[in-house]
Design a protein around this ligand. Structure first.
Ligand code: HEM
Length: 542
């Protein structure tokens, strides 16, 4: 080694040693200062610091549940996870989810956290098929509504889980068979006539008709008539007690919203402090059904849901059969109230959306009118079969449900440990799994020009080409919407009669629907104003 190189090596060695000793000295000094400072602190502050450090560490550990399985997740906040994205007053929940759906475009699924509860959002239709149908036995439940044992809410099919849900669903399903719907068709048609008359009356008096209001009243009349067995005629100016209580029930107050979120997020605490969801309006509905059931004992049949449920109960002679035990009076009342909750806003919104889209697309409206006129000519009126089998009417309703699905998000709770096929992902009991209905319906990968109203997507060969599990306005699998047939019957009867009776036109300045900030259900915010020009046809329903 040359002398110069040797000198350089020595210098480097000395420098490293100095650096090392410098670092060591630095650490010792910092530690000494820290120990001195620590000694000065109040034990309470020390405890608090340690608690904060331990809590943040715990929160980070819980929020690594998905990343430890290789699942992407948007950045989360300590403790609350993504709650700020879910419970928001300034944004639409489905739009936030839609942004994330687009952000994780490469992924089959992505993970989120409601506080510490893991939520897996499935984007991939093939995975959804497994989850909702093939491997349904792992996902039979929905999120538990933490309402008290014995409350009306707990008796509703939509809130039941496990074996209790299975038995009740098997009792309720036949109530919605095609034959039973046909028996109910005249009741719905009566309300369609009242709805059309109310629209025509308003069109005579005002420049435009508020479809949000009119379709809401139509939907309310249907539930009152078909589920509660009463005529409430909410289209008249004088509001019935039924309509008033239903409106009170759906009115969102800050206290109600807070109670609802507390129940969803902290079900155990909700129960422990004795909070309840059952409101005085529910007690009103309870009285109505109880009185109506009593008055049915020797009365002629109306063919409504109450009759059908009483029939289901009466069909069995054995006192110990499950039907009798499951469908007690209280459970029957609960199902009627559930029909109001599940069926009022949904049907009202879609009726309004569909008429708006038809007004916006006059050529499609005319094509639909043509189909309806042919139908009326062939059947001498609107019949159940005619309305339910009309191809273009079906396509218009489906296309409306694609663009504006009232239920924007579906959900299941994992009940048995599940390995997601073809992945390393494990979903454990209690984890939530969600399917983004709104986003799948508007994904350009599956729908060309997704925002355009093109009923032809649901006609003939096009219909067969729709990728499975990219269109599910009524959910999918054994836990899908119980009343899909009933909802479609209401929607189709209303839209068919309306296009036969009036020309629907947009009100200038109201070309787009502004959506409401409701957490899950898609509905118009201000209303759906439409110009209605009466036509010279009279529709008969048979
Ligand atoms: C256009 C109208 C409607 C739409 C778009 C709709 C949509 C839905 C959706 C998305 C679900 C969840 C399905 C799933 O998790 O897979 C559901 C469940 C349900 N819907 Fe509907 N619905 C409508 C009308 C109605 C009506 C009119 C009623 C009652 C009269 C009703 C009763 C129910 C019930 C009872 C469930 C829960 C089923 C169960 O848990 O077994 N729906 N609906």
């Amino acid at each position: 080694m040359l002398a110069s190189e040797f000198a350089r090596e020595r210098t480097r060695g000395v420098c490293v040693k100095m650096l090392e000793s410098g670092v060591t000295t630095g650490v010792v000094v910092v530690a000494a200062v820290y120990v001195w400072w620590w000694g000065q602190l109040d034990p309470f502050i020390i405890l608090l610091t340690l608690t904060i450090i331990a809590s943040v560490w715990y929160s980070r550990r819980r929020h690594s549940y998905w990343s430890s399985q290789g699942i992407s997740s948007p950045p989360s906040l300590p403790f609350i996870g993504h709650l700020h994205k879910i419970v928001t007053l300034t944004n639409y929940r489905w739009e936030l989810l839609h942004e994330l759906y687009n952000e994780f475009y490469q992924e089959k699924c992505f993970g989120m956290y409601e506080c510490f509860k893991p939520v897996l959002i499935i984007r991939d239709p093939d995975l959804l098929k497994n989850l909702l149908v093939k491997d349904f036995s792992h996902f039979t439940d929905r999120r538990a509504f933490g309402d008290q044992e014995g409350s009306l809410m707990n008796e509703m099919l939509a809130n039941k889980n496990g074996e209790g849900w299975k038995i009740l669903r098997s009792i309720m399903s036949p109530t919605f068979s095609s034959g039973k719907m046909k028996r109910m068709f005249p009741l719905v048609c009566q309300n369609v006539q009242t709805f059309i008359s109310a629209c025509l009356e308003e069109a005579k008096q005002n420049e435009y008709v508020n479809m949000k209001d009119k379709s809401g009243r139509f939907s309310m009349d249907n539930i009152a008539s078909c589920a509660f067995g009463i005529e409430c005629n909410s289209q008249s100016v004088e509001k019935s007690m039924f309509a008033e209580n239903a409106e009170g029930f759906f009115a969102v107050t800050p206290w109600k919203a807070l109670r609802f979120f507390l129940m969803i997020l902290f079900p155990k605490a909700f129960n422990a402090v004795g909070l309840k969801l059952d409101s005085h309006e529910i007690m009103f509905f309870l009285r109505i059904v109880e009185e109506t059931v009593k008055s049915r004992e020797n009365a002629p049949k109306r063919g409504d849901f109450l009759d059908l449920m009483l029939e289901a109960r009466g069909d069995t002679n054995d006192d110990n059969t499950s039907v009798k035990n499951v469908l007690k009076d209280k459970a029957m009342v609960a199902q009627c109230v559930m029909f109001l909750i599940a069926g009022y806003d949904t049907v009202a919104s879609v009726t309004g959306f569909c008429t708006h889209l038809l007004a916006k697309n006059p050529k499609q409206q005319e094509r639909l009118r043509q189909e309806m006129q042919d139908l009326v000519r062939e059947n001498e009126g609107l019949t159940y079969e005619g309305v339910m089998e009309a191809k273009f009417l079906d396509a218009c309703v489906m296309e409306t449900l694609r663009i504006f699905p009232p239920g924007t998000l579906g959900e299941r709770v994992c009940t048995k440990t599940y390995r997601v096929p073809g992945t390393e992902i494990t979903v454990r009991p209690g984890d939530l799994v969600q399917f983004p209905i709104y986003s799948l319906h508007r994904d350009p990968q599956y729908w060309k020009d997704p925002l355009q109203f093109r009923p032809d997507r649901f006609m003939g060969e096009n219909k067969a080409e729709i990728k499975n599990f990219t269109f599910m306005p009524f959910g999918m699998g054994p836990r899908n919407c119980l009343a899909m047939r009933f909802a479609l019957m209401e929607l189709k009867a209303a839209v068919a009669s309306l296009v036969l009776e009036v020309d629907l036109q947009l009100v200038p300045g109201h070309e787009e629907i502004i959506l409401d900030h409701s957490p899950i259900i898609l509905r118009a915010k201000h209303g759906i104003p439409l110009i209605m020009k009466p036509r010279k046809t009279t529709v008969h329903t048979t």
